[in-house]
Write a protein that binds this ligand. Structure first.
Ligand SMILES: [Zn+2]
Length: 225
């Protein structure tokens, strides 16, 4: 049996995990051959363990969206590993099954959901690892709901496997990055002192928002690590 793996990230350690930098699944438990690894986006909890998998399954084909592909290639350079990463643009077919990437919004560019279809089983499974719905992003197109609807209408059995940070929170609405950009610009243009901004380093769109807001101001932007 061959296995297709979706994402291979790391788990960040808790405070009491002394001297442990990160955790990965125990690869000794993976008994079957992994034939393909499909990456949904470039966050560390989705690509961080990829070099461990390449060392264990060197023959596996790896597909990743362009932004994640660049991050993985940097990571492999750092580890002195060589592996071709194929761009995840189009449908990948294997027998009666196929995986089609679908554009979704997230805090990092070029994030994909995956529509996994099986014609003989008349089944479509929508898998999205991290996402938000941003219909007014200044940086990317809205999530491709039309493509999701199109697939859903073609298959008798439909399953949605969706996950994202805070997905279980009630009455929580994530504002569009467009409104953050507008508010931050106004704030920075009217302040008379220094503005300090904190953000997750992995929130690439937010970093772009901060840089865009700083652009017209002087003396621009300093990072404090
Ligand atoms: Zn993510």
């Amino acid at each position: 049996m061959k296995i297709i793996l979706i994402d291979c990230g790391i788990l960040f350690p808790y405070e009491d995990f002394f001297d442990i930098n990160y955790l990965i699944p125990d690869l000794r438990e993976v008994e079957h051959k992994i034939s393909k690894i499909i990456i949904t986006h470039g966050h560390e909890d989705h690509i961080g363990a990829i070099h461990h998998y390449i060392e264990k399954f060197p023959e596996a084909e790896i597909y990743a969206p362009l932004f994640a592909k660049k991050l993985i290639e940097n990571k492999l350079d750092y580890k002195s590993l060589s592996k071709k990463i194929k761009p995840l643009n189009n449908k990948i077919e294997f027998g009666a099954a196929a995986i089609t990437p679908i554009h979704v919004n997230h805090s990092i560019p070029d994030t994909k959901g995956l529509m996994i279809t099986h014609d003989k089983l008349d089944t479509a499974v929508l898998f999205i690892s991290d996402f938000k719905v941003d219909l007014n992003s200044p940086y990317e197109a809205p999530i491709n709901l039309d493509l999701i609807k199109d697939f859903s209408s073609k298959y008798k059995r439909r399953v949605a496997l969706l996950d994202s940070t805070n997905i279980m929170s009630k009455n929580l609405h994530t504002p569009s990055e467009g409104s953050v950009l507008k508010d931050l610009k106004e704030e920075m243009e009217t302040t008379t002192g220094t503005t300090y901004i904190t953000s997750f380093a992995s929130n690439i769109h937010r970093i772009q928002t901060i840089l865009t807001s700083c652009k017209r101001l002087k003396p621009f932007c300093y990072s404090i690590w």
